[in-house]
Design a protein around this ligand. Structure first.
Ligand SMILES: C[S@@+](CC[C@H](N)C(=O)[O-])C[C@H]1O[C@@H](n2cnc3c(N)ncnc32)[C@H](O)[C@@H]1O
Length: 344
């Protein structure tokens, strides 16, 4: 998934920093408290860490439950007993006119005040049909919780691939792009099989930090005013499937509970200090670039209050989520601020 602030392309850099900054020992716990797509959690799961992972968005939680928590082969025994292969069955379903079709497809919205084309009519109907079937299987106990979250993860990934956007959902494209015309196809996503402890949360970092402890805390909060709840609102609705009240041309969810203080200029710094203060982790790493809301000197001064500080930096190609934005340079400097906390 092409996610704002994804660390997919700098995973090995994060790894190098950890190798350099953190004395390695056996059975360490790595916490990814702003996990987004979960690529960082996945990388460190593969490396054999115990993982605590979290995000305030529910669709991200679904991905984390599906791809990080699942660490054994999924057998779908109850479905196979009925001679149902989940992927063949779901991909073969006829479409249904549900919430996604009625609110985010051209035919579904043509009589409405706001006409939207986030998905083709066929793909929107198919997303609805698949989402409803997964829920029904769960209700009828034909799939267990692990299988449920895994199938939902596959649906989120598949829906994102056929979305008619410039990768974020704050707007749809005027013309249907080539990839959006392709029929949606649910594909099994790769799982990593390891025998460690995986704990998944869907909470605000501010409250969660008081309940958890471990060795390495990796922080990758939003660094600018672009909000994740509005940029990924349709994935959130596919995950929750809760018939939300929506508003405006983009059809965003009409709710405030997932607004992040890290996106607010007057709140980000205090929010960050609170997190550092309450963290019960010896090693804390913050990914933040040179265009972030919190000033680099403020980050350093806050971290220094709590222990030994070191900073690493690397040039990083810019994330281009939409074509209308113009930027002064096509790279950013990606800092990793590190703290060895003395009083935990
Ligand atoms: C920069 S992105 C993380 C990207 C992630 N590392 C990746 O590679 O996919 C920041 C994430 O923080 C989440 N977030 C924002 N505020 C939060 C909060 N207060 N508590 C927990 N998660 C939050 C957002 O939903 C978003 O997924």
């Amino acid at each position: 998934m092409n996610y704002i602030g994804s660390k997919y392309s700098i995973l090995s850099y994060i790894d190098e920093v950890i190798e350099d900054f953190v004395p390695q020992k056996k059975d360490m716990t790595f916490c990814d408290i702003f996990a987004g797509t979960g690529v960082v959690s996945k990388y460190f799961k593969e490396k054999g860490y115990n993982i605590i992972t979290n995000d305030i968005q529910y669709f991200s939680y679904v991905l984390l439950k599906g791809l990080i928590e699942n660490s054994d082969e999924l057998k779908f025994e109850r479905l196979y007993k009925k001679k149902i292969d989940p992927f063949i069955y779901l991909n073969g379903l006829n479409g249904k006119k549900g919430f996604i079709y009625k609110n985010y497809s051209p035919k579904g919205t043509y009589k409405k005040k706001f006409k939207r084309q986030y998905f083709t009519d066929d793909n929107a109907r198919k997303i609805d049909a698949i989402r409803m079937k997964i829920e029904k299987w769960k209700k009828k106990k034909l799939i267990n919780e692990n299988e449920y979250f895994y199938l939902l993860s596959c649906l989120i990934e598949a829906s994102d691939k056929v979305a008619n956007t410039a990768s974020v959902y704050e707007a749809f494209l005027k013309d249907i792009k080539k990839s959006a015309y392709k029929p949606i196809e649910l594909k099994p996503l790769d799982l990593i099989f390891k025998n460690k402890k995986y704990t998944i949360y869907n909470e605000d970092s501010k409250s969660l930090i008081k309940k958890i402890k471990g060795d390495i805390l990796y922080l990758d909060p939003p660094y600018n005013t672009r909000k994740y709840d509005t940029n990924y609102h349709i994935l959130e609705t596919i995950a929750l499937y809760d018939n939300p009240k929506i508003k405006g041309l983009a059809g965003t969810r009409d709710e405030d509970c997932k607004k992040s203080n890290y996106c607010l200029k007057n709140k980000a710094k205090a929010e960050f200090e609170d997190l550092i203060k309450n963290a019960k982790f010896k090693y804390i790493l913050l990914s933040y670039n040179d265009e972030g809301i919190i000033n680099i000197n403020d980050i350093e001064n806050i971290m220094k209050k709590y222990g030994k500080y070191k900073r690493y930096e690397k040039k990083h190609k810019r994330f281009k989520s939409d074509n209308n934005r113009t930027y002064k340079k096509d790279y950013t400097i990606e800092y990793i601020h590190c703290l060895e906390k003395t009083n935990i």
